[in-house]
Design a binder for this molecule. Structure first.
Ligand code: MRU
Length: 345
């Protein structure tokens, strides 16, 4: 299994996803600010993975802190806020930082070294929990799929977006092991191309049959009757089930509804945000115009044209057939089923 992030106490090693599929290279972050930059500039990405990476960044910051003990509280807050400011949509980032803050507060009477040890343990725990969670998601999700299934997905909600195995692609992996996957349709996912660069790469590593399509081809393939299910990941699921995920997910959900194809979201319960009532409250990250205007520094258009580049959109819960979590598949009414499962976690 590919290691997306490795914690070494005084440094965090990150698989640089901006280089994939051309090169498999790791960058070494020696400060939490380097970790924050890696998240912001999407060298590391995917909701669960940015949460765990930020947790490692915070643990490393305390480990490397060499100031007086009385300065640790404000240093911790400053680093936590800085990591939180990197990307606004994926709630897993804030969930992971809040979990680390709880550990910090519980151990506030200890000295810096001991606090650092507790924080490192907690971040490592999140890392291993994430893999187990994804495997449970995979197991629940595969039960929804029949024989010779053709699954469409967007972006990368795979091993590369998590600590291993993946959410949407975790379902694909588990179904593949049972011989149920005939084909995965991977939408290229303009403009950052997580589908073309990452999903294709990781599925081919596991010999899972994948066919790449442009995002605008999805409707045509559904019309041909060649899609049995759409499965995507999630960056934040509001209390009513509305789901923010990669830009283009909403279009797929509308197309799936029109063609009577089940549309599933696969995500850990850490992606469910009960404090956000509905999708309209989810902050949507707007990224650089150059991501749309250029590809790898090459101009695709008139260089000065105005471009609009939201990284995510929101799929209304009414278009979602089920939310696949580690505790099973949640169905409508999501406001009730999600609340019950998150509170009982
Ligand atoms: O901008 P990205 O690449 O971080 O967006 C990732 C997605 O939209 C994923 O589908 C989502 O984070 C779930 S990953 C298991």
């Amino acid at each position: 299994m590919i290691n997306t992030v490795v914690f070494q106490g005084n440094q965090v090693k990150i698989l640089d996803q901006s280089q994939l599929p051309d090169q498999v290279v790791y960058i070494t972050c020696k400060t939490p600010f380097e970790v924050a930059d890696a998240i912001k500039f999407m060298k590391v990405r995917g909701a669960p993975l940015i949460g765990v990476t930020a947790a490692f960044g915070l643990a490393m910051a305390v480990n490397n802190f060499d100031g007086p003990r009385e300065g640790l509280d404000s240093f911790f807050c400053q680093v936590k806020e800085h990591l939180a400011s990197t990307r606004p949509t994926a709630v897993n980032l804030f969930w992971a930082l809040a979990r680390m803050e709880r550990i910090y507060k519980e151990n506030a009477s200890l000295d810096t070294r001991e606090i650092a040890r507790h924080l490192a343990d907690e971040a490592e725990k999140m890392h291993s929990e994430d893999i187990k969670t994804n495997m449970a998601i995979g197991e629940h999700g595969q039960e929804l799929l029949g024989e010779n299934c053709r699954v469409m997905t967007i972006c990368n909600a795979g091993a590369l977006a998590t600590c291993g195995y993946g959410t949407a692609l975790g379902v694909v992996r588990s179904a593949f092991k049972k011989g149920k996957i005939a084909k995965v349709w991977a939408c290229e996912t303009r403009p950052v191309l997580q589908g073309a660069r990452l999903t294709v790469w990781e599925l081919l590593q596991d010999n899972i049959p994948v066919t790449l399509i442009t995002d605008s081809t999805a409707g045509y393939i559904m019309e041909l009757g060649e899609v049995d299910a759409v499965i995507t990941g999630a960056d934040r699921i509001a209390a009513n089930g509305d789901t923010a995920n990669k830009i283009g997910t909403y279009s797929l959900a509308v197309l799936a509804a029109y063609h009577s194809i089940p549309f599933y979201v696969a995500a850990p319960l850490s992606t469910v945000d009960l404090d956000t009532a509905s999708g309209s409250e989810i902050p949507i990250e707007k990224r650089s115009q150059d991501e749309v205007r250029q590809i790898r520094g090459l101009h695709l258009t008139v260089p000065e044209v105005r471009a609009f580049n939201p990284a995510f959109d929101v799929t209304p819960h009414k278009l979602i057939s089920g939310i696949i979590t580690e505790k099973g598949v949640m169905r409508e009414p999501f406001a009730e089923t999600l609340k019950a499962v998150v509170k009982g976690r």
